[in-house]
Design a protein around this ligand. Structure first.
Ligand code: ZN
Length: 331
């Protein structure tokens, strides 16, 4: 069962209205930060279409069946869900060719009939991970979309998408969630109230760290970077970070490195904030950040190095080299 959708009410009602009045574009690009519920907003449209009352009521027979399905392995009949696979984290052409375990993949699925009143939804998660072959295959479909089919592409990195694909889509921009919304979601997943504040200060308006394993991992990473910035760490700490990377089998290699670099960047930004007499965002780590802000750290150089590493992270550079180079900049 998909997690509960909270937030984005204005966009959701706008989309529903345009869907009902058949004025919604057939190719959409949902963009906005990672882990804010973009996928759930897309899935809600597919549920509404199946719903007997067309509202996504959650109680009619069709909704109940919809909510029982796992939208990846045993998806509802009107839905084709495509997402990156494997450690490389790409959407390969095979993912389109073998979608739904049909011989003809997406093409065969699009060719089958659901009855005249229903629509089909092709939802492509992390669409920036399409490579040039799969991207071009999709582009052909987007150029002449079959009748009654909605394509919803989802991304938190629109800048990394093929411009030709982007230009075919109407953009729907989703904003970060409010703290109270993230709190509601965390409480519904049995989070301890005391821990939620810490998670919120790391989450930046997203549900990125609501998964407890991910939350533990981010703490370890933060601690490592803070320790190095405090002058108490050494290269063994980088080895420990890489050991975590090995254990994290679910995250694609470049995504792991991106996250680690972004965390360090958020620390650097906070240290600068403290030096400018502003409050740090990472409140939970405020005391340690204050100590770091008094040390002589080449922040600008560190920042430039981080931006540079982030720009190249998708070329799958060696994580150990990148992290060591960065660690060398710290006193
Ligand atoms: Zn319903």
């Amino acid at each position: 069962m998909p997690p509960r959708l909270i937030g984005h009410s204005a966009i959701r009602s706008q989309l529903a209205k345009r869907f009902e009045t058949q004025t919604l574009a057939k190719t959409l690009l949902f963009q906005g930060p990672d882990s804010i519920g973009k996928k759930l907003v897309a899935l809600e449209l597919a549920q509404k279409d199946l719903c007997e009352k067309k509202t996504g009521c959650g109680t009619c027979e069709a909704c109940r069946l919809y909510l029982q399905t796992n939208f990846i392995d045993t998806p509802p009949p009107n839905l084709l869900f495509i997402a990156p696979e494997g450690k490389a984290g790409q959407i390969k052409v095979e993912s389109l060719r073998h979608a739904h375990s049909l011989e003809g993949g997406i093409f065969e699925w699009l060719g089958t009939s659901l009855g005249s009143s229903l629509h089909k939804f092709v939802i492509i998660d992390d669409a920036h991970q399409l490579n040039s072959t799969s991207g071009n295959m999709l582009l052909k479909l987007l150029e002449e979309p079959p009748k009654n089919v909605y394509f919803i592409l989802i991304t938190h990195r629109p800048e990394a998408m093929l411009p030709t694909i982007k230009s075919r889509c109407e953009r729907v921009v989703l904003s970060p969630l409010g703290s109270n919304e993230i709190e509601q979601i965390a409480l519904s997943q049995s989070w301890d109230r005391g821990e939620i504040m810490t998670m919120l200060s790391l989450a930046n308006g997203t549900c990125r760290y609501i998964d407890s394993e991910r939350y533990d991992r981010v703490h370890l990473q933060m601690n490592t970077w803070l320790k190095i910035l405090e002058g108490k760490g050494d290269l063994r700490d980088i080895d420990n970070l890489l050991e975590q990377k090995k254990q994290d089998e679910d995250t694609a290699s470049n995504l792991w490195l991106r996250e680690s670099l972004e965390l360090l960047l958020s620390i650097v930004n906070d240290v600068k904030r403290i030096q400018d007499d502003a409050e740090p965002r990472l409140l939970f780590y405020a005391d340690r950040l204050r100590i770091i802000s008094e040390r002589e750290i080449p922040l600008r150089q560190l920042e430039e190095k981080l931006f540079d590493a982030l720009r190249h992270v998708d070329r799958n550079p060696s994580a150990i080299m990148v992290l060591q180079e960065i660690a060398f900049l710290m006193p």
